[in-house]
Design a protein around this ligand. Structure first.
Ligand SMILES: [Mn+2]
Length: 320
């Protein structure tokens, strides 16, 4: 922490990055830190290779398009992820940064940063960014507070995921005191949906099959259906309606992004470690939420998924 604070105080220009398929924690963390740096009269640019989901558009995050400024800044900070491929098209630019900093709560991969403030037990990156900002010479305003609240409330599934702890509630309590529009934020993030979500739910249910005694649900969107619901599919929160069904433990979302290439996301309800499952698919993440990717035919990929899920579930023969 102290090193990160020193770096921020010492340098003048920053580029901030978050992961592809951004969520409110990724974008909120980037924007909160960007606003704090601006208040310190520093230059800070935000980069994200991906569309902003409609339910976080209300944060109005100004993203840079062209990567030209990246080579010129003093410090590059990667937030809410810790590997170059998670930055998509901006990864190669981050790799050439003069000073590389990481602030993140995912399980560590092998990329080498110059400085890192990470904690894989933290419920969100926004919680870590909040701690950083508290140590800077910045007066937090309602805008910074809103972005941090968006990050920590969305990564805890509005304080419902098992990662939720006293710190989540303490930070939320403190941030709400800065008087942003809490009702509006919660409505946008946790209730609002476009009408075509109804068609999406119908399609998702039709394309969901259960396996391994209903312990595993797999929802498959082939390339055609993916293109129809692209924006909704890419928003990980869209599949939350399948959470918590009696008897089910792991939910898998398989999307054929291009012919023969699949992205896979895993969610678990109570005990399965889907981060371990995702490691079979060149991925990782958290114990209850993780992701990876695979090539081949859907049949092959599905077989690999079920084998990996069975291996994980077999560790818990006591759970019915
Ligand atoms: Mn996060």
């Amino acid at each position: 922490m102290k090193e990160i604070i020193d770096i921020i105080n010492k340098y003048k220009t920053f580029a901030l990055f978050c992961h592809i398929g951004p969520d409110a924690d990724a974008l909120g963390s980037v924007n909160a830190l960007r606003l704090a740096l601006k208040k310190m009269n520093k230059k800070a640019y935000a980069y994200c290779d991906g569309k902003i989901p409609h339910n976080i558009a209300f944060l109005k995050i100004p993203l840079e398009e062209k990567p030209t400024k990246i080579a010129k800044v003093d410090v590059c900070i990667m937030l809410d992820c810790n590997s170059l491929d998670r930055l998509g098209k901006y990864g190669e630019y981050f790799d050439k940064a003069k000073i590389k900093v990481n602030i993140d709560h995912h399980q560590k991969m092998d990329y080498q940063f110059d400085y890192a403030y990470t904690d894989s037990t933290s419920p969100s990156t926004a919680d870590l960014v909040y701690e950083v900002i508290k140590n800077l010479d910045v007066t937090i305003n309602s805008d910074i507070a809103l972005n941090l609240y968006a990050g920590l409330s969305s990564d805890t599934g509005c304080f419902q995921h098992p990662s939720t702890n006293q710190i989540s509630h303490k930070h939320a309590y403190e941030l709400i005191n800065y008087n942003f529009d809490l009702q509006e934020a919660n409505y946008n993030m946790f209730k609002y949906k476009q009408k075509n979500y109804l068609y999406f739910y119908k399609s998702a249910l039709r394309n969901t099959k259960s396996y391994l005694n209903e312990k595993v649900y797999v929802t498959f969107f082939n390339n055609k259906s993916y293109k129809r619901f692209e924006k909704i599919c890419d928003n990980s929160a869209s599949f939350q309606f399948l959470d918590g069904v009696e008897g089910n433990e792991i939910r898998v979302k398989v999307i054929e992004k291009t012919k023969g290439f699949f992205t896979i996301s895993f969610r678990s309800n109570k005990y399965a470690n889907v981060c371990d499952v995702a490691k079979n698919f060149d991925g990782g993440g958290h114990i209850r939420a993780a992701g990876g990717k695979a090539n081949g035919s859907y049949k092959e990929v599905l077989n690999r998924i079920l084998t990996a899920c069975k291996e994980e579930l077999d560790k818990y023969t006591d759970k019915k």
